[in-house]
Write a protein that binds this ligand. Structure first.
Ligand SMILES: Cc1ncc(COP(=O)(O)O)c(C=O)c1O
Length: 389
């Protein structure tokens, strides 16, 4: 469709490929389940799944059954793990569509057992500290016996989820989780399945430990990986920089109108900002209905001609205003809301998140459906042409 409003999310598949290669290079032979839930963290799940699949990803992670169904409808063939719980009806739908359930409770185990055909694959989740979903590790022996003594369900993976999403350098908690998970690992060793644990924070922490030749009780085991944020180019907060990670999404727009305002003028709803001096105000056609949070009113920044321009006044449903005083920007000049520009200027989703007192995950996943995703890079052409065959 023609872009009548020049507001869009540019998704660089070459950057995604670089991040995928970085994982492959550092963790050869590991179980890897890239997370494509929540519309692939806002990047467009169908294209991201197709790209990952074409690069050899054998597993993909979603939260909802509905997310898995969408990928199947668009021809994705990889094994799709569904992390959210389910009831009997959900189990039936997953079986019909070759989605692989992650079982987190006895209710789910029984629901699946009731409707599953022989050989139905599943993963088993233990709760080692999130206090969200999963079995207690004390149930490992009972579960293992139960699984051995039935013929329908085929265990293909065992997992837990780390509490330290942003920074696994808090090793005390992570150590504790691995010590607890180890109990389940001992019991389930018999099944010869992958044990997957590491989110982006865990993966990058492991790389830091390796680089600094430090080890912890957990860091040298061959854990399976479930990368989310880092796949899209962001270090979630691990203390070292990883220049290999490339930003995948750049949210762009163009200045619609420029207002020259004298000192003392209020801008936007309720005049929460007033110009201290004469100012050039750019009206940019993106607002909270596009996923640019209203909480960024008078706090956010964008890049205009490579320079940071402050969001002034309240963010509206369809517009926000930037103070572009001191620039020569004109109507139709490009604005980068976050991401990386053609001249490598960067405004990271993490910095924007910090300004809005939230996290990069929320900034990325918030970009709403009415913002078109435009794929770029050599890989975009290849994946797009392959999917038209
Ligand atoms: C079960 C599970 N594994 C892995 C991830 C990926 O986490 P991250 O985006 O921090 O890499 C998530 C994200 O929420 C998750 O819920």
């Amino acid at each position: 469709m023609k872009l009548l409003r020049k507001t869009f999310a540019e998704i660089n598949l070459d950057a995604l490929k670089a991040n995928w290669d970085f994982l492959q290079k550092n963790f050869p032979g590991h179980f890897i389940c890239p997370m494509v839930k929540a519309n692939a963290y806002g990047h467009g799940d169908v294209m991201i799944a197709r790209a990952l699949e074409s690069w050899g990803a054998q597993h993909l992670g979603v939260c909802l059954i509905e997310e898995g169904l969408l990928l199947r409808r668009f021809g994705v063939k990889a094994e799709i793990l569904v992390f959210r719980g389910f009831d009997r009806e959900g189990a039936e739908v997953m079986i019909e569509n070759r989605l692989t359930p992650v079982v987190s409770s006895w209710e789910q185990f029984h629901a699946l057992e009731t409707v599953a055909p022989p050989g139905q694959k599943f993963h088993l989740k233990f709760d080692t500290g999130m206090n969200r979903l999963g079995f207690d590790v004390n149930e490992a022996i009972t579960l293992a016996e139960k699984i051995k003594n039935q013929k329908k369900l085929h265990l293909v993976g065992v997992l837990t989820h780390l509490v330290s999403g942003e920074d696994s350098v808090h090793l005390d908690m992570t150590d504790q989780q691995f010590r607890d998970f180890e109990q389940a690992v001992q019991v389930f060793q018999f099944f010869k399945v992958p044990f997957h644990v590491l989110n982006s924070g865990g993966i990058l922490t492991q790389l830091c430990l390796r680089k600094n030749q430090r080890s912890s009780t957990w860091s040298e085991k061959k854990w399976g990986l479930r990368p989310g944020l880092m796949l899209y180019g962001y270090n979630p907060g691990v203390s070292e920089e990883f220049s290999e990670l490339k930003i995948v999404m750049t949210l762009k727009s163009q200045i619609a109108v420029i207002r020259e305002v004298p000192a003392g003028r209020g801008v936007s709803y309720n005049h929460t900002w007033k110009s201290a001096a004469p100012a050039r105000i750019a009206v940019v056609p993106i607002g909270y209905a596009d996923g640019y949070h209203r909480a960024l009113s008078n706090r956010g920044f964008a890049l205009c001609q490579g320079k940071k321009a402050a969001v002034v006044g309240n963010v509206c449903m369809d517009y926000l205003m930037l103070d572009i005083s001191g620039t020569t920007a004109q109507e139709n000049s490009e604005v980068i809301l976050f991401g990386q520009g053609e001249k490598n200027e960067v405004l990271s989703a993490r910095d924007l998140a910090a300004a809005g007192q939230t996290v990069a995950w929320e900034v990325l996943t918030s970009v709403s459906e009415r913002v078109p995703r435009i794929y770029k890079g050599e890989w975009a052409h290849k994946i797009e042409s392959e999917s038209q065959l």
